[in-house]
Design a protein around this ligand. Structure first.
Ligand code: EUG
Length: 615
């Protein structure tokens, strides 16, 4: 792999492409792209027998069905997936497969992508899928890398890429602080639209990276870092195409001539919005989102804590402060290894021969602004100085009770320090810097382990111990960050692996299986997971003889009797696939030292499923 700086073509900007990078982030994006390219030696994957068609169809039948759809949408709005699979990178990401594949990229590969340009065309695609019994897999942007990206769960599904032609910001209401968006609106794009219209008093809430779809992230129940960080909680109103083609609006949207769709989320009668999140029950084509008024100032802060064993004490101090809203945002408590990884250089640049990772991190951190420590807390206070100073004082008193705790004076931090990236994100300004730590390994890819945990010292310690144990067993470095919600924490562990190396991919895969299963035994469940672990995670939510899964199945069969919409997504299978060998569960894997029973061959057999299925 070259150590020279790599020259890379510039990615598209937002003016050129709905999923492009905003102008002001072009320069950092180019740096990130060049760094990733310099740390990569993969070539596009060779392929044969294309396109891969969904099970139960011949290639001829499939192509006939596709030409019928081309008639409706226009030939230019259908793309057959018959070229080499190119993983691209964050901004120029594929809509053909999982760019961060854990198995073989051909396992969760599409047959084609279609680009509807209107709600009517989405309805037409759904009716077409029902007519031919072809599985479709809708994406908004498909940039939830680490959770499966744009990949369909069933091989040969047709990707319905909503973002390419349905990407308008339909409304921004500066008085009520709300907006209405289509699936292709990214956090980058929404931020730019608000700036362009001069609404300086409106903030949006952004995740760590801003390239995702506002709708897509909210439907996956993603999290951001201002006080409006719970995206689902902050949305108001959806428009949904159901699996048989009917069009509904939820909440006040059902009332013709209403003027409160984005200000009162519930409307009248049963409240359905939740069933269109993390599901395969409908295609959301519009969504309302509330926006935060600029609080009149903000100040981010950074505390460090010396010892790994400080964790329970830190967490016990955080709980009342967070519930009492003294800590106002979803802050992150990160392990110091991330201060080093955030510098964007590979592990090999830091770890000396014969030195343990722990010692290397200690040596490197000593020279960084954080100093020799184990935990770093990044938070933000909001409001004009007289409001936020009162909170900052209470926080300081509480954190410095821990021996060895230090507040880092951010005024002295260089402009490229990670602190300023967090400061932007925590004040609603989207960024791209978080991608840097993909370079920890060559051909860096990542998958998230994302369990929910009480804000309690004992639980934090136990859950972290489980994660560390599985990382050690599979020879992976552990990157933990606790994202503290109001009454729980999302422990987010970024499992970074070399996607060009089969052993590395399998280590990450088995580590995930093990963590999910062991954590579930102690009552910790994931809030979200990668496509390949959705069967396993959904089965850990098994109370009362899997009653919840039973309800999902009932709803699925009722709304989607032909089983065309994203089969298998979130562990929910249509009746024609259910218990028919498609599920990828923990039975396939090693748990607690048991023989590992998942060979690559087995996993491939399940995702590629060659036995006949009646559809
Ligand atoms: C992160 C946070 C998440 C998630 C994936 C990644 C970022 C960590 C809070 O949820 O699901 C740095």
């Amino acid at each position: 792999m070259s150590s020279k700086p790599t020259i890379v073509p510039r990615p598209p900007t937002l003016d050129e492409c709905h999923s492009g990078i905003p102008d002001n982030l072009l320069s950092p994006a180019l740096q990130v792209k060049a760094r990733l390219a310099g740390n990569q030696d993969l070539t596009p994957h060779e392929r044969k027998e294309l396109p891969v068609v969904p099970l139960g169809h011949t290639r001829e039948e499939f192509m006939r069905a596709v030409s019928e759809l081309a008639h409706i949408l226009g030939q230019q709005n259908i793309e057959i997936n018959d070229k080499p699979l190119d993983d691209g990178w964050y901004i120029e990401h594929p809509n053909t497969h999982d760019a961060f594949n854990l198995l073989d990229p051909e396992d969760t590969v599409s047959s084609a992508a279609v680009y509807p340009g209107s709600v009517e065309e989405v309805q037409a695609v759904v009716r077409w899928a029902n007519k031919f019994r072809i599985p479709i897999f809708p994406i908004s942007i498909g940039r939830n890398l680490g959770y499966g990206g744009a990949a369909p769960r069933v091989r040969g599904s047709v990707i319905v890429d909503l973002g390419r032609r349905m990407n308008r910001v339909l409304d921004i209401d500066p008085d009520n602080c709300t907006c209405l968006v289509e699936p292709g609106v990214t956090f980058y794009a929404l931020y730019e639209a608000i700036q362009k219209r001069g609404f300086k008093h409106l903030w949006i809430d952004v995740p760590d990276l801003g390239g995702g779809s506002v709708i897509g992230n909210t439907l996956d129940r993603g999290v951001g870092y201002t006080p409006y960080g719970d995206h689902y909680a902050m949305h108001s109103g959806m428009e949904v195409v159901l699996p048989q083609g009917q069009l509904v609006r939820t909440g006040m949207g059902a009332l013709p001539n209403n003027n409160t769709w984005q200000t009162f989320p519930y409307g009248f009668g049963p409240y359905y919005d939740g069933i269109f999140t993390q599901s395969n029950f409908g295609i959301v084509t519009k969504m309302g989102m509330t926006l935060m008024p600029n609080p009149g100032g903000h100040e981010s802060f950074m505390y460090t804590f010396e010892k790994e064993e400080d964790l329970p004490e830190i967490v016990e101090i955080i709980r009342p402060l967070r519930i009492g809203n003294i800590l106002e945002n979803v802050a992150q408590l990160k392990h110091v290894i991330q201060e080093v990884a955030a510098l964007g250089k590979p592990r090999s640049a830091w770890v000396r021969p014969g030195e343990s990772l722990k010692d290397s991190i200690k040596r490197v951190a000593k020279e960084l602004p954080c100093g020799d420590c184990t935990w770093v807390y990044y938070g933000t206070c909001y409001g004009p100085p007289e409001l936020r100073n009162a909170r900052l004082k209470l926080i300081h008193e509480a954190f410095t009770k821990i021996s060895g705790a230090r507040k880092i004076d951010h005024r002295g931090l260089p402009p490229d320090h990670y602190f300023w990236s967090r400061d932007r994100i925590c004040s609603g300004v989207p960024d791209i810097q978080e991608l840097n730590w993909l370079n920890w390994v060559p051909n860096g890819a990542h998958v998230f382990f994302s369990p929910i945990c009480p804000i309690r010292g004992e639980d934090a310690t136990r859950l972290l111990a489980i994660a560390k144990k599985w990382h050690e067993a599979h020879n992976l470095d552990c990157f933990p960050a606790f994202c503290v919600g109001l009454r729980e924490m999302h422990l987010i562990i970024n499992v970074v692996y070399n996607r060009g190396c089969k052993e590395s991919r399998h280590s990450a895969y088995r580590c995930m299986r093990g963590m999910i299963q062991e954590a579930a035994g102690y009552g910790y469940g994931e809030y979200r997971t990668h496509l390949l672990f959705q069967d396993q995670v959904s089965r850990t939510y098994s109370w009362n003889d899997c009653a919840l899964m039973g309800l999902h199945n009932t709803v699925k069969d009722c709304l989607d009797p032909n089983g065309i919409l994203a089969p298998g997504r979130q562990g929910i299978w249509p009746s024609s696939y259910r218990d028919n060998g498609w599920e990828l569960t923990c039975d396939d894997t090693e748990v607690d030292g048991e023989e590992n029973r998942l060979s690559e061959g087995d996993a491939v057999a399940r995702t590629r499923k060659t036995v006949d299925v009646k559809l």
